[in-house]
Structure formats: structure tokens, C-alpha cells
Design a protein around this ligand. Structure first.
Ligand code: HEC
Length: 201
């Protein structure tokens, strides 16, 4: 082998060598950082901006992909559905997501990420609302209501969420008062099979 050929062969090994070393260094530093507890998981210290952006992108894409095939019922503007959803919202959601005329609660102030005030409107589609309410969101405090509630009850809540931004405090209180059943009655009906019953992802 001539000198120039062997120099080229030697140089062709240099790039993989440095790339491999850099990768090992990054993995080593990450493992040490993890062991030393460098990242603060405290709920009273916000994520750094890159971590926040990354988590937001993971959440949004995860939900969008999974909600893509969900069929939205055509009767979401049915006043009975909205009233049933209002009753559930007041009992199950308002402690975190608040409601028109309601002061911030201790739990809504302490949670991180902060539960959005849903009366300010939704940034997601009705199908995505359904998926989020049914399955919850890991490590955020947003529970999976589908474990204890059937799909129709979840759609009632989605129907109410679509109406919520239009409601004044007085209208909110009035619509909650018209809720057809209290929570216990609704759950009993669901368990005995008299209520609804369909399921989809
Ligand atoms: C214990 C507190 C808590 C309760 C109770 C709760 N949520 Fe949430 N919810 C959260 C948190 C925190 C988030 C934000 C998650 C995030 O930022 O990824 C959230 C997110 C959401 C979102 C997504 C909003 C968006 O724009 O991304 C919807 C929709 C939602 N909740 C609906 C509900 C409904 C409906 C109920 C009641 C059936 C409910 N939540 C009950 C804490 C709660």
C-alpha cells in the first residue's frame, strides 16, 4: 500500500472514532447528571424552555395521532347532553379547571403543569377533548375518567366544554342546576346498564 492510500484509510477511521467518542461522552454525562439529580422535578419550579417545548410536542402529537379516528357524535349541541355534562363538570373538573365566577382553588394553584381554565376556550378538537378526558395525561394530574365513566358520559362533558366559553357566571350556575341527575345517580345508572354503554378509543 502506498503512503497516500494508507493515510486515506487512516483518515476514514477518524470520523467514526470521533462520532463514537462524542456519543459515549454525551451518554456518560447524561447518566452522571441523572445520578446527581441535576433535573429538578419540583412542581413549584417550571421546566426549562427546551424541556417544556419537547414535552408539549410529545403530548400534542401523541393525542392528535390517537384521536384521529374518533367519530364525534352529531348531537353535541343537544341541550340535554350539555346539561348532563355541566353537572359532571361542576363535580369532577371545576376544582382544577375552575369555572365562570369561580376563584382559583388551592389545587389549581399548586398543580404543574397548570390545569388550563377551560372557560377560556379549547385549543383542541372535540375528538381530542374526548380522548384527553377518557385517557387522561400522564404525570400532569389530569385523570383518566374513562376508567370509571362510559363513553356517552364522556361525550356529555365534551358537549358542555364546547358551550362553556359562552357562559356568564349566572348562566353557568343555572345550567349546573338543570343537570338531570347528580353524580351518584348517574354512576348507578351506568353500572346497572340502564344508561349508555358504547365504547371507542
Ligand atoms: C386534579 C386536577 C384535574 C382534574 C380534576 C381534571 N383535570 Fe383536566 N387537566 C389537568 C391538568 C394539570 C391538565 C394539563 C395537562 C398538560 O398541560 O399537559 C389538564 C388538561 C385537560 C385538558 C386539555 C386542555 C388543553 O388545552 O390541552 C382537558 C380538555 C381537560 N383537562 C379536561 C378535563 C375535564 C373535562 C375534567 C373533568 C371530567 C378534568 N379535566 C379534570 C388537571 C385536572
Amino acid at each position: 500500500m502506498s503512503d497516500s492510500v494508507s493515510a486515506t484509510v487512516k483518515r476514514s477511521w477518524l470520523i467514526p472514532f470521533w462520532v463514537g467518542s462524542a456519543l459515549l461522552a454525551v451518554i456518560g454525562v447524561s447518566v452522571l447528571g441523572l445520578y446527581w439529580g441535576v433535573y429538578n422535578v419540583a412542581a413549584d419550579v417550571p421546566h426549562t424552555r427546551p424541556v417544556f417545548r419537547l414535552l408539549e410536542a410529545v403530548r400534542d402529537r401523541s393525542i392528535a395521532v390517537r384521536a384521529a379516528d374518533i367519530v364525534v357524535p352529531s348531537d353535541l349541541s343537544d341541550p340535554e347532553r350539555i346539561a348532563a355534562g355541566a353537572g359532571q363538570y361542576a363535580e369532577m373538573c371545576s376544582s382544577c379547571h375552575l369555572a365562570p365566577g369561580m376563584k382559583r382553588t388551592e389545587i389549581s394553584r399548586g398543580l404543574y403543569p397548570r390545569p388550563p381554565e377551560l372557560r377560556r376556550g379549547s385549543r383542541v378538537t372535540a375528538a381530542e377533548d374526548f380522548w384527553i378526558i377518557k385517557h387522561g395525561i400522564k404525570a400532569t394530574g389530569m385523570p383518566a375518567w374513562g376508567i370509571t365513566h362510559d363513553d356517552e358520559l364522556v361525550w356529555d362533558v365534551v358537549a358542555f366544554l364546547r358551550k362553556l366559553p359562552e357562559l356568564s357566571p349566572e348562566e353557568y350556575r343555572a345550567i349546573v342546576r338543570t343537570a338531570p341527575k347528580n353524580h351518584d345517580a348517574m354512576m348507578k345508572e351506568m353500572e346497572s346498564g340502564d344508561g349508555h354503554g358504547s365504547h371507542q378509543d
